[in-house]
Design a protein around this ligand. Structure first.
Ligand code: WQD
Length: 339
C-alpha cells in the first residue's frame, strides 16, 4: 500500500482525513505532539477502519526528530500537513508563538519533503486568508485583503512559502486547500471535534450549550447587513473536507496538476447565517437552544462563502452533506462525549 504522512493526525480534520485515506486504500502514519488533541483519537480511528495508525509524538519545530520519522519511513508518496495552532482569538494575544510554530513547522516539513524526495504535498490553508473579501462568493483568484488575525496571516504566509518553494523545487508538487468552516463529525460518533482548548467555533458551542456543558451561548451580533442580521459562513462537513484531501492526493499522484502549486477552495458554495445554523440544530435535534443576542465579536468578517467550481472541475470533488447533517452528526458526537 502507498504510504501517506499526515501531520496533526489526531486533530479534528486530520483524524477524519486519515479515516478517508484508509478507506481509499492508503497506509497512513501520523506526526502529532498532542498539543491540542487526544491520543485516544487513534483508538477511534482503529474502531472505524480496523487499522492501527502509528503516531510519532514529535514537535515539527524539532527538525532532527522530524527527519528521523522520514528515515524510518522511506517511500512516503505524500504529506498532508494539518499540524498548526489554529485559534483566531488566541493568535491575537500570542502572535510570536503563532508565527514561530506555524511557519517553523511548515518550513521543516517542506525541508524533509525535499530531502527525502516526497513528491506530493497538501497544505491546510483557510478561507481566513481572504480577510474581508470584496466579492462573494470568493474564488481562488480573489485577492487577499488584510488578515484579520495573526492566525490568518500565518496561513497567508504559509501559502507564499509553498509558492516560492515549489517554484525552485520541481520534485515536489503542492496544493493549498482553503477550508471554509469545518463542522460535524464522522457518522459513527467515534471521532469528532475534541480540542484541548475551550471551543470557540459556532457548532461545538451550540452542541455544548444544548447538552448543558454551557448554560447559554451568545449570537455575536444581529445588526449586520445580511438577510437576518447575523454573520454568513460556509459550513462544510468534516467528512466532505476529508474526501477533498484524498481527491487532491490522487490528482497529484496522477500528475494532473497544471502548476507546481495549486489553490482550491473547499466549501459547500453556500452561505448560512448564525441564526439559520441554530434553527437547523433545533430542527434536526428537537432541542430548544438557550441563546441570547449579544454584541459583535472583534475580527469577524460579515459574510464569506466559497465558489467551489474549480475543485469540482479539476478534482471531481462534490460535497455531499448539508447544514442539517452537520448538526445531526455534531449532536451525536456531543452526546457520545457527554457534558
Ligand atoms: C462562525 C460565526 C461568529 C461562536 C474560524 C477561523 C477559520 C476557521 C474556522 C480554522 C461567526 C458566530 C461563534 C459563538 C457566535 N478556523 N459565533 N457565537 O470565526 O468564521 O472561522 O473558524 O481553520 O479560519 O477564522 O468560525 O465558528 O468561530 O464563527 O455567534 O459562540 O459564528 O460570530 O459569525 P469563524 P466561528
Amino acid at each position: 500500500m502507498q504510504k501517506v504522512l499526515v501531520t496533526g493526525g489526531t486533530g479534528y480534520i486530520g483524524s477524519h482525513t486519515i479515516v478517508d485515506l484508509i478507506n481509499n486504500g492508503f497506509e497512513v502514519i501520523s506526526i502529532d505532539n498532542f498539543s491540542n488533541s487526544d491520543e485516544k483519537t487513534l483508538d477511534g480511528i482503529q474502531k472505524i477502519t480496523g487499522r492501527q495508525v502509528r503516531n510519532y509524538q514529535v514537535d515539527l519545530c524539532d527538525i532532527d526528530r522530524t527527519r528521523a520519522v522520514f528515515v524510518e519511513n522511506p517511500n512516503i508518496v505524500g504529506i498532508i500537513h494539518f499540524a498548526a495552532l489554529k485559534s483566531v482569538e488566541e493568535s491575537v494575544f500570542q502572535p510570536l508563538r503563532y508565527f514561530h510554530n506555524n511557519n517553523e513547522s511548515l518550513i521543516n516539513i517542506l525541508t524533509c519533503a525535499n530531502e527525502f524526495g516526497v513528491p506530493n504535498f497538501i497544505f491546510s490553508s483557510s478561507c481566513s486568508v481572504y480577510g474581508n473579501a470584496k466579492e462573494l462568493p470568493v474564488t481562488e483568484a480573489t485577492p487577499f485583503q488584510e488578515a484579520e488575525s495573526p492566525y490568518a496571516r500565518t496561513k497567508q504566509m504559509g501559502e507564499k512559502i509553498i509558492e516560492d518553494f515549489t517554484k525552485v523545487t520541481k520534485e515536489v508538487r503542492a496544493i493549498c486547500l482553503r477550508y471554509f468552516n469545518p463542522a460535524g463529525a464522522h457518522q459513527s460518533a467515534l471521532i469528532g471535534e475534541s480540542p484541548r482548548t475551550k471551543a470557540s467555533n459556532l457548532v461545538p458551542v451550540i452542541t455544548e450549550t444544548a447538552i448543558g456543558k454551557r448554560t447559554s451561548m451568545t449570537v455575536f451580533g444581529s445588526d449586520y447587513d445580511t438577510r437576518d442580521g447575523s454573520c454568513v459562513r460556509d459550513y462544510i462537513h468534516v467528512m466532505d473536507l476529508a474526501a477533498a484531501h484524498t481527491a487532491c492526493l490522487r490528482y497529484l499522484m496522477a500528475e494532473k496538476n497544471t502548476a507546481p502549486n495549486e489553490i482550491f477552495n473547499v466549501g459547500i458554495g453556500d452561505g448560512v447565517t448564525v441564526l439559520e445554523a441554530i434553527n437547523a440544530f433545533e430542527k434536526v435535534t428537537g432541542q430548544k437552544l438557550n441563546y441570547t443576542i449579544g454584541p459583535r465579536r472583534a475580527g469577524d468578517v460579515v459574510s464569506i462563502y466559497a465558489n467551489r467550481d474549480k475543485a469540482e472541475r479539476l478534482l471531481g470533488w462534490i460535497p455531499m452533506r448539508d447544514i442539517e447533517e452537520i448538526m445531526r452528526s455534531a449532536w451525536a458526537w456531543q452526546c457520545k462525549v457527554g457534558s
